[in-house]
Design a protein around this ligand. Sequence first.
Ligand SMILES: [Zn+2]
Length: 187
Amino acid sequence: MDNLLRDRHTPAELAASGQVIEIAGKLGDLEQLTEIVRRDLETLNADKLPLDWRESPVAGQLSFGFVAAQDGLPTVIGQAGVTIPAVCQRCLGLVEIPIEVELRLVLGGDAEQAADAEQYEIWELDEDTLRPLDLLEEALIMAMPLAAMHVDDAVCKKPAAIAEEAEQATETTRPFAMLKSQMEQED
Ligand SMILES: [Zn+2]
């Protein structure tokens, strides 16, 4: 992945230089997301695993700038996407899940400022600087479905009884959310 994605800068620095970052990487570059996917795939038989799933392309663009009406607030606008493998919660087979995000964010700032910065969401910053890669990864993780499932019933092959059971189970569990919170606790 581009070094621009990995370097730390303050939002003001990124905005002032009008940084545009083209994202052309692979799923394996996103360590947290890769770990979530890896844990989810643990229940699959090894022979069903796509060998090169970490190579799945991550593509998109991030453009840094300022809210037009208010030069002080750094923003990022962009989009990104990646397709991840997952275990279908209905048939327990492999399913490919496309994740797409559209970003329109004010970096830092408070609620009052956000009200001025219409059509932007606030992205809270824990530190003075940020790594665009972290922002990208977190946005993709937040966009993951609560439960992965085949969209097409025809490829979701499982006897009806088992399928029903799985469906009931997914009403009460949220596999990705659970994996994510597990990882947070381990940190
Ligand atoms: Zn399925």
